[in-house]
Design a protein around this ligand. Structure first.
Ligand code: ADP
Ligand code: ZN
Length: 221
């Protein structure tokens, strides 16, 4: 069934697999938009909305926010996105119930799912990647305590900003909970899409550029 709208893809993989980074590339190269429930929830927490108040403690523990909340956020985001613009789901769906909701939402918004791309990674490496990351408070550029420090200490390479942020859930304990949630609740949604023959698996441990190229090759032109 072909949707009327721009293509939709899902980036799937455990926390720290590089979904956000790859989504950023697709935004730049293809003019798609990224729909990240994690970003939406963090914005709600900062704004102190009812959703944010409910989500805050759950996120700090690394557990999953209720399905109805995140599916509601996605519904709103799809309503705001012009039909012709392609969308990348990042961090959604994360449970079988969310995958079922997404099927209904896509249909309601006249879109179809072109691909589900699973980034395959090594969990121990990921824990190291996540438990050291931070970003520029001004432009969002990503850094890492050990692997990617700013060229000048305390100054963002990209925008010159001097304030940085760390996610409160990027600590080793919470990261392990997030991994366990992924394995228990998110990985089981793959058969839902495997049946339709739209899943592609990409080596998420490869260099960022190589991952980006592999993903590009998997998408319809
Ligand atoms: P990561 O993939 O690095 O764990 P995200 O930014 O996608 O980070 O998510 C951060 C947190 O936000 C999750 O640990 C969870 O608490 C909450 N969250 C994000 N997306 C969802 C979702 N689709 N369903 C339930 N909880 C979510
Ligand atoms: Zn910056």
């Amino acid at each position: 069934m072909a949707g009327r709208g721009g293509q939709a893809i899902i980036l799937l993989g455990p926390p720290g697999a590089g979904k956000g980074t790859q989504a950023q590339r697709l935004i730049e190269t293809r003019g798609m938009v990224q729909l990240s429930t994690g970003d939406m929830l963090r914005a709600a927490v900062r704004a102190g909305t009812p959703v944010g108040l409910e989500a805050k403690a759950i996120m700090e523990r690394g557990e999953l926010v209720p399905d109805a909340i995140v599916s509601g956020l996605i519904d709103e985001a799809l309503s705001r996105t012009p039909e012709s613009v392609g969308v990348i789901f990042d961090g959604y769906p994360r449970t079988v119930a969310q995958a079922e909701s997404l099927d209904r939402l896509l249909e309601a918004h006249g879109r179809s799912l072109a691909r589900v791309i699973e980034l395959e990674v090594d969990e121990e490496t990921l824990i190291d990647r996540i438990a050291g990351r931070f970003s520029c408070a001004q432009c969002g550029a990503g850094y890492h305590d050990r692997h990617k420090r700013p060229r000048v200490a305390g100054v963002c390479d990209v925008c010159g900003g001097t304030e940085f942020r760390r996610r409160p859930d990027d600590n080793a304990l919470t990261v392990r909970t997030r991994m366990a949630e992924y394995r228990a609740k998110t990985a089981p949604i793959l058969p839902h899409y495997d049946e339709r023959g739209i899943v592609a698996r990409v080596d998420g441990m490869a260099a960022m550029e190589d991952v980006a190229q592999e993903i590009a090759a998997l998408l319809p032109v």
